[in-house]
Design a protein around this ligand. Structure first.
Ligand code: HEC
Ligand code: HEC
Length: 390
């Protein structure tokens, strides 16, 4: 599909290019790098959405007017996302903790930063963030926009540890970037704001709507009807998800009273951060949103990632405590703990257990498997553009 018509081949020798500032920038440019981008940029701007998500997508889109996706902007964002030189020692890119293969998460319980130190929380999937209506990011929603969020891992002393002003001048001097900034923003100038806009554009382009769930959904009038492309077990699992197990009440909520269609939005996101009872009050070490806002009613609340591709995003929850989906289901089944801010939809579970029998549990897990989108996970436009990294 893509013809890598031009290839930028670079041999950069750190000592020649950067003189003596070895302490802070010693590995800021790898010895030689090869960047493979198509002559005509991939299409990121006009996302083709199936009917069953289209209407809701318009309603939920958190793209600010000041930063619409352009093909060139997202291309630059893609290069930045995969460039380990965004970290202080050239070891860690965004993709180190957000790998396409695993729906832009990593397989660790807690991610490891540029110096090998673990960070406090589990990496989050970056799928369909464009359509998270509250437009706030991180498990505790401390970033008020995606544009704010994307710069935070760069400066975070445990994640990438790079100072933004230093990074901006480093990118300005790096031969690969000025032309890409020119294509994206009309001049070769690298600025913090452009860096943030390009990364945010790339991340908003990470939209996954090509799973077997979507294929089946396109063939029926209501999400509650059996899907013709599902096995009996998967359809039974879907029935659990939307019925007895009540997962859809939170992970696919009716967010807008006006449009019943919102229920079918299929982004599988929460409407906002909640308490799902993985810790009781007294055991809660990480206060989540409450620790940021100091509001009592928000203590223990967390955002959840989209359940799309969930089979691949293990381990689960903000601290990666569950290794498998079976453990997640078992949590909801029997282990929801009392908590002063427990979401009301889970109160029954805390008291009596969800008590799904084995057959239903297994079917539910099979249904979750239908949310995997192999096209998205292998789409070259989301892949590493450095063909010879470091
Ligand atoms: C060291 C591993 C690591 C690196 C490197 C990293 N991230 Fe993350 N990312 C995480 C973790 C862990 C979280 C959750 C942190 C939290 O909530 O406190 C996260 C959360 C996010 C989120 C929030 C998702 C949501 O649904 O709210 C976005 C967006 C994101 N990262 C993008 C990036 C970008 C862009 C970069 C590169 C500039 C990057 N990350 C680099 C580990 C990493
Ligand atoms: C009351 C709302 C609510 C209900 C009902 C609910 N969840 Fe959750 N779910 C959450 C919240 C909140 C989180 C994030 C909690 C955290 O990380 O601390 C979450 C996290 C998850 C995760 C982990 C996501 C990740 O990336 O780590 C999975 C998987 C999950 N839920 C599946 C389910 C299933 C399956 C059901 C039905 C049995 C269900 N949920 C019912 C609120 C809910």
């Amino acid at each position: 599909m893509q013809i890598p018509a031009f290839t930028i081949f670079l041999c950069l020798f750190v000592t020649l290019a950067y003189g003596q500032t070895a302490d802070s920038v010693s590995a800021e440019v790898g010895s030689d790098r090869q960047l493979d981008l198509p002559a005509t940029p991939y299409r990121y701007a006009d996302q083709v959405l199936p009917r069953h998500v289209k209407q809701v997508a318009e309603l939920f889109d958190n793209t600010p007017e000041s930063n619409p996706i352009t093909d060139e902007g997202a291309t630059l964002g893609r290069v930045l996302f995969y460039d380990p030189n965004l970290s202080l020692n050239g070891s860690t890119s965004c993709s180190s903790c957000h790998s396409q293969r695993t729906a832009f998460t990593d397989a660790r319980r807690l991610s490891k930063g540029f110096q090998g130190k673990t960070v406090d929380r589990n990496s989050m999937s970056l799928v369909n963030l464009r359509y998270y209506r509250p437009g706030k990011f991180f498990w505790d929603e401390r970033a008020d926009s995606l544009e704010d969020q994307v710069l935070m891992p760069i400066e975070n002393p445990n994640e990438m540890g790079h100072e933004l002003t230093a990074l901006v001048s480093q990118l300005q001097r790096d031969p690969i970037y000025p032309p890409l900034f020119h294509d994206a923003f009309g001049s070769t100038e690298v600025t913090k704001e452009r860096l943030s806009r390009a990364l945010a554009q790339f991340i908003r382009s990470l939209v996954s709507v090509g799973s077997r769930f979507d294929q089946g959904r396109a063939e029926v009038a209501s999400v509650l009807e059996p899907f013709p492309n599902f096995s009996e077990q998967e359809n039974y699992g879907k029935q659990q998800f939307f019925g007895r197990a009540r997962c859809s009440e939170c992970h696919l909520p009716e967010t807008d009273g006006k449009t019943g269609a919102a229920r079918q939005s299929a982004f599988f996101q929460l409407e906002g951060p909640l308490v799902n009872g993985i810790d009781s009050d007294s055991d809660q070490v990480d206060g989540g949103v409450g620790a940021v806002t100091s509001k009592e009613s928000e203590w223990g609340r967390f955002k959840s990632t989209s359940l799309r591709n969930v089979v691949l995003t293990a381990p689960y929850m903000h601290d990666g405590r569950f290794r498998t989906l079976d453990q997640v289901i078992e949590h909801y089944n029997w282990s929801v703990k009392p908590h002063r801010n427990l979401d009301h939809r889970l109160e029954d579970f805390a008291a009596n257990g969800l008590a799904l029998p084995e057959v239903e549990k297994v079917a539910l897990a099979a249904f979750l498997g239908t949310l995997t989108d192999p096209t998205f996970l292998t789409d070259p436009k989301f892949s590493n553009p450095f063909t010879r990294p470091e």
